[in-house]
Design a protein around this ligand. Sequence first.
Ligand SMILES: Cc1ncc(COP(=O)(O)O)c(C=O)c1O
Length: 451
Amino acid sequence: MSSHGTTPHHAAQRDAGLSGAGTNLDPWYDLYADRTAGLSASEVRALFAVASRPEVVSLAGGMPFVSALPSELIAGAFERMMRDVGPQALQYGSGQGVPALREHILEIMALEGIRASVDDVVVTTGSQHALELVTKLFINPGDVVLAEGPSYVTAMVVFNSFQADIQHVPMDEHGLIPEALREAITRLRAAGKAIKFLYTVPTFSNPAGVTLSWERRLEILEICRSNGILVLEDNPYGLIYFDSPPPQAMRSVEEDGVIYLGTFSKTLAPGFRVGWALAPHAIREKLILANEAAVLSPSSFSQLMITEYLNTADWKEQINTFRGIYRDRRDAMLGALAEYLPQLSWTVPNGGFYVWATLPSHLDSKAMLPRAVKELVAYTPGTAFYADGNGRNNIRLSFCYPTPDFIREGIRRLSTVINGEIDLLNTFSQTTPLATIPLKQGIVSPPPNID
Ligand SMILES: Cc1ncc(COP(=O)(O)O)c(C=O)c1O
């Protein structure tokens, strides 16, 4: 529908008395395409502004601790790159990406059991851009994206921007629940919906911190295969494990039905903005065309820097260093939660960056956030990770960036806020004192219809 037609976007605007003259804030409001109706600042984004004040302990963002990367490694790679392939680094490149880097990407994916050909890899501007390209290729307005609930917030921003109908499938401590996936497919098909793909972060999920078990990986692949639904496997954290390696990637068992996304953002540095998609042959061809249409070619400079780094540095050892750092931070967070907030339940991640905590059911994590920031601690409210308003009594706590001491202090401050809320509610509530309501331990709270 044209931007001059009547759409929910414009109807809402008209109802608000804004039609025809723009708004005080944005005189161009009437001109935006319909698809921008889903494009609003995410809660995570709004938080970054507040939480970046130095006195606030931010448990909100997902920034990797890049200071752990020896700067001389990067400086050395830069010098050698400019000396050996300077003109190429400063030039446009191929829309599919630098072949030597794609060879390295095969080596990296092999660590998670994936065998592929260098021709099947498309380098993108971070895996975020791969998410956008895949969505652009498959989603018409109203098409369903099945997404685990809770789901990575900025993937949902992309799905929304293409007017997808995001339908969540609940998870528990073993990841996405296969039975709930079957039920969702049957229900949506009966309602005449077109389901295009299942979006999942099966390993050390963002935000839930849980990992899909091997048995469930096989079961979910079978469900999707038999229903003609693609799997979009987004795996930024798989190599950041703490105790034992996670199950191998879903793409290691299924080639034809999986688009796999990887990135250098968590194992090296997000500033390079280099990620990749591994896709079945026909999809890969379209991805390259879409990549060229969007950016002509991914950054030659970044790709050649990373190639040089991988050629010369002990990158596996560097990933080990990251694992050790994040393991200590995870332990600091879990220890502090047990000490200061035993009345909460939370997931215990074996890797990645996040813990997903469940508050007593009467607390609203979004409403509580301003009080937390006043106490100089920030987190991400659970509602950011659902398209349907769920997650009100969940919070995502990131342990990737602050040092262990700051994490402990952050959780201590959070306990002041949460205990204050509980006291307040107990004082004014006529119902059962919250502290006496039992909580399930260690389980991601599913939406009420499944529990
Ligand atoms: C699950 C998930 N997918 C994709 C991304 C985007 O990463 P990139 O830096 O590769 O664009 C992130 C970043 O935090 C993420 O957590």
